[in-house]
Structures are given as structure tokens and as C-alpha cells.
Design a protein around this ligand. Structure first.
Ligand code: NCD
Length: 323
């Protein structure tokens, strides 16, 4: 693995296996009464979040704190970008304070890649860039499936349902799940799931596109529901929320007919009654809470692994599993 985590694109399958294995050892820390280990003592992690976030920001913060790193959080409203400073100037200023790891979420696709090019001694982690990638989400989703199925997910059929076109979660998951040897179906209306996504030049030949919900769900092992990313839509992509929900909303009734064995993932935030019904979100097949738990463990694994690669970890941390 390189000394940044910018995307799943370019990662090797062994890198994903290493992170999954390391993350499995991190769960135990969160089950202790004193949820802290000294692995990253004396290291600094800056979380720079230029877009709203609940799960990702909180879990990166807790991950750093549980590993004893010094953690600083900066949000857009509290940063000097409000006074006209560019992202690059903000990042160079922060880098001058020698953080070991900079976790960045930004509305512009490619923003973390730009920072990684300029920051020579800081590891950059992409916590979601525009419509491009959200690698830690895909990795935590794989970890969730690993915990559920008892092995690294491979040979499964995963239906990703909803606004694939605007989703960085979808892109990173398509890359990660297909790299691990799963079949990925993309399901939604043509405006949100263009047929070209099935072209082998896009994601290889493991991806198929389905505009009928029933056909896309048929016999799936895993169903991943995605929110309509209306903040990224520049045109009208759906006639109305009601009509969208009627055709593509995932309900228990629909799952019982087409994918009775499927488990369900959702990265959050959920819009209940639109892309997912409450009977699914709160039901037995839902892995949503497990996803949040896995998010913390995976982000701990990412911080430890990067610090170790960078030679910045303590001797105990270089194995990851020594925690
Ligand atoms: C996702 C994101 O921000 O891309 N959320 C998350 O990180 N858990 C998905 C979304 O916003 O719909």
C-alpha cells in the first residue's frame, strides 16, 4: 500500500486483505471498559472536513483517540477557507505543524489527491471527495460483510440500488467488491444508473446494469441502498420522490419476493421511505449498525497501517495486530 489512502483504484487485493485482517483485531479495543491503546501516542491526526459528516468524521476522531493520537478536527465553518484561503494554503499551513496523517473530506473530486502531491511528509486519507471515491466506506462495508459471512466476501452477488451516478460510495464499493471477486449489479433509473457503467472499460466485466428493481435484486446475497444525492444534482433526475420510491424503494415486501436471503447495507444518512423502508432498515437483515461499528475498527486499522508504512508508528504498531 502507498503511504496515502486516496482511493480503492490502484489498490492491490493484498492491501485490502491486510486492512481487513488488521481491522478485525481492532474491534476488541472498543469492547474494553478503557477504550484506549498507546499505539499512536505522540502522533498527530488532523481531520479536515469541508462537507457535512456524522459517521465518517466521528469515527475517524474516535479511531485516532482510541489509538492515543493527538486529534484535531477542523470543519469548513471554522476554517480560514471562510475568509478566502484556498484548500492548498490551508493544507500547507496545517502540514507546517507536522501532522502524521491528514484526513480530508471535500466537495471537489480529486482534492485529496492534490494535497497528497504537495504534502511530502504527511499521509493523506480521502474521507470522500465529490462524486469520486470514499475508500474507507468501501473498506468498512467489506469488513461488515466479512464479519457477517465469517470470511472475506468473495463470489457474492451484490446489488447496489439507487443514485449510483452521484455516489462516491458506489464507485469505491464497485472497485473493492469486484477486486475481491464479487459480482456487482447496479440498479436504478437510467438517469441515475447509466447503461455505460456496464461497459468493460468502466469497471471490467463483473458489473451489470439493471433498470428494473426486481431483475436487479433477483437472488442477490447483499443489497446496498444509496441515498439520492440531491446536493450534487444539477438537473432533475427523477420525476418526484414518491414516484422514485414506488419504483426503486427497497421494502421488506420487495426483498421477500426477489432476494429473500439478502442482507442489507446502507452507508447513511438514510432517507426512510425513499430509498429504504423502515421495515428493512430496522429489520433482521439490516447490517447498518454493524457498518457503523466496522467503520470505527476500519478507520483505526487505516491510521495504524499508514503510520506503520510511513515509519511513524511505534514498534508495537508496525504489526497492526500487536494491539
Ligand atoms: C456517504 C457520503 O458522504 O458519501 N455517507 C457516509 O460517508 N457515510 C453517503 C451519502 O452521503 O449519502
Amino acid at each position: 500500500m502507498r503511504a496515502h489512502l486516496l482511493g480503492i483504484e490502484g489498490m492491490r487485493v493484498e492491501d485490502i486483505h491486510t486492512l481487513l485482517t488488521n481491522a478485525m483485531t481492532m474491534h476488541e479495543v472498543s469492547e474494553r471498559v478503557i477504550k484506549k491503546v498507546p499505539t499512536l501516542r505522540g502522533r498527530t491526526v488532523i481531520n479536515l472536513f469541508m462537507e457535512p459528516s456524522t459517521r465518517t468524521r466521528t469515527s475517524f476522531e474516535l479511531a485516532g483517540k482510541r489509538l492515543s493520537a493527538d486529534v484535531v478536527n477542523i470543519s469548513e465553518s471554522a476554517s480560514s477557507t471562510k475568509k478566502g484561503e484556498s484548500l492548498l494554503d490551508t493544507a500547507i499551513t496545517l502540514a507546517s505543524m507536522s501532522p502524521d496523517i491528514l484526513v480530508v473530506r471535500h466537495q471537489a473530486s480529486g482534492a485529496p489527491h492534490l494535497l497528497a502531491r504537495y504534502l511530502s511528509s504527511t499521509c493523506v486519507v480521502n474521507a470522500g471527495d465529490g462524486t469520486h471515491e470514499h475508500p474507507s466506506q468501501a473498506l468498512l462495508d467489506c469488513l461488515t460483510l466479512m464479519r457477517h459471512f465469517g470470511e472475506i466476501p468473495t463470489g457474492k452477488t451484490v446489488a447496489i440500488v439507487g443514485d449510483v451516478a452521484h455516489s462516491r460510495v458506489a464507485r469505491s464499493n464497485i472497485l473493492a467488491l469486484s477486486l475481491l471477486g464479487n459480482k456487482v449489479r447496479l440498479v436504478g433509473p437510467p438517469t441515475l444508473v447509466p447503461s455505460d457503467l456496464a461497459h468493460p472499460r468502466c469497471f471490467g466485466n463483473r458489473v451489470t446494469v439493471h433498470h428494473s428493481l426486481g431483475e436487479g435484486l433477483k437472488g442477490a446475497d447483499v443489497v446496498m441502498c444509496l441515498r439520492l444525492q440531491r446536493e450534487r444534482m444539477t438537473r432533475f433526475f427523477i420525476p418526484s420522490l414518491e414516484e422514485y420510491a414506488r419504483h426503486y424503494g427497497v421494502s421488506e415486501k420487495v426483498l421477500r419476493i426477489h432476494a429473500p436471503e439478502a442482507v442489507v447495507l446502507h452507508p447513511g444518512p438514510m432517507n426512510r421511505g425513499v430509498e429504504i423502508d423502515s421495515d428493512v432498515a430496522d429489520g433482521e437483515r439490516s447490517l447498518v449498525t454493524l457498518q457503523v461499528q466496522s467503520g470505527l475498527a476500519m478507520r483505526m486499522a487505516i491510521l495504524v497501517t499508514l503510520a506503520a508504512i510511513r515509519g511513524a508508528g511505534t514498534s508495537e504498531s508496525s504489526e497492526g495486530g500487536a494491539i
